[in-house]
Design a protein around this ligand. Structure first.
Ligand code: ZN
Ligand code: FE
Length: 257
């Protein structure tokens, strides 16, 4: 299959490079320069570019990469993506011969309306939808769309490696802690993440199992999360009663946290 190589970009972005032999595929190259450097250093040629959504920090490097090495660009049909050659809506399966790998394309609207995630061989590339301990902001979609999208990702196997596009975990977990001060799995994760970050190490990828245990945005049906959200607005009428209302209130809370 492929190895996944992390390419840090900008302040806190990760570009993921999938490698098999001398072939490489990059996910969300917001910046071309660190990608081209790695391609040159390792003698790799670019077989494809996968794009999750249209924001510049995810697609800004496409023109320079195509100038360096012409290859197909996969991305959301519903969004404006530079150099797009294969427009996807989600639900497709794409085979990338150079990696000898098939990718399931998962529609995950919410952060943007056309946002896609790519799943292959136990690895999930989910852009700005699911983060370590959090989820993307709702720039274009509704809370209902985002909750649906996150549930689609949470249904993947527990051991799935979650390759999100930003190193936001530590800040996200501070919010998670405010929501679920009694979550022991969360305590453990906060400690592990503090140790990793103090050493300058990444916290990504995580796993679906870890996110389900500690990420409040995958836990809006948990009594502890519902309680915490209700408790924040005790006078609210009608009371927050279902997962969508809880999720919506959580996302709003996080926005101002
Ligand atoms: Zn984004
Ligand atoms: Fe982003």
């Amino acid at each position: 299959m492929f190895n996944v190589i992390r390419i840090p970009a900008f302040n806190d972005n990760y570009i993921w490079l999938l490698r098999r032999g001398a072939a490489a595929v990059v996910v969300d190259p917001g910046d071309a320069q660190p990608v081209i450097e790695l391609l040159k250093r390792e003698g790799l040629s670019l077989a494809a570019i996968l794009i999750t959504h249209h924001h510049a920090d995810h697609q800004g490097g496409i023109p320079a990469l195509l100038a360096h090495c012409l290859c197909p660009v996969f991305g959301p049909a519903a969004e404006s993506i530079t150099g797009l050659t294969t427009a996807l809506i989600g639900g497709e399966s794409i085979h990338i011969d150079a990696l000898d790998a098939a990718f399931q394309v998962i529609p995950v609207p919410g952060h943007t309306l056309g946002h896609l995630a790519y799943y292959s061989a136990g690895s999930l590339f989910c852009g700005d939808t699911l983060f370590g301990g959090g989820c993307g902001r709702l720039f274009e979609g509704t809370p209902a769309q985002m909750l649906d999208s996150l549930e689609r990702l949470a249904a993947l196997p527990d051991e799935t490696a979650v390759y999100c596009a930003h190193e936001y975990t530590q800040a996200n977990l501070r919010f998670a802690q405010a929501v679920e001060p009694g979550n022991l799995n969360l305590q453990e994760r906060i400690e592990a993440v503090a140790i990793a970050r103090a050493q300058g190490l990444p916290t990504v990828p995580s796993t679906i199992a870890l996110e389900k245990a500690t990420n409040p945005f995958l836990r809006s049906s948990e009594a502890s999360v519902v309680f915490s959200v209700q408790n924040r607005e005790p006078d609210r009428v009608p009371k927050i009663s279902d997962a969508l209302e809880t999720f919506t209130a959580l996302r709003e809370w996080k926005n101002i946290y």
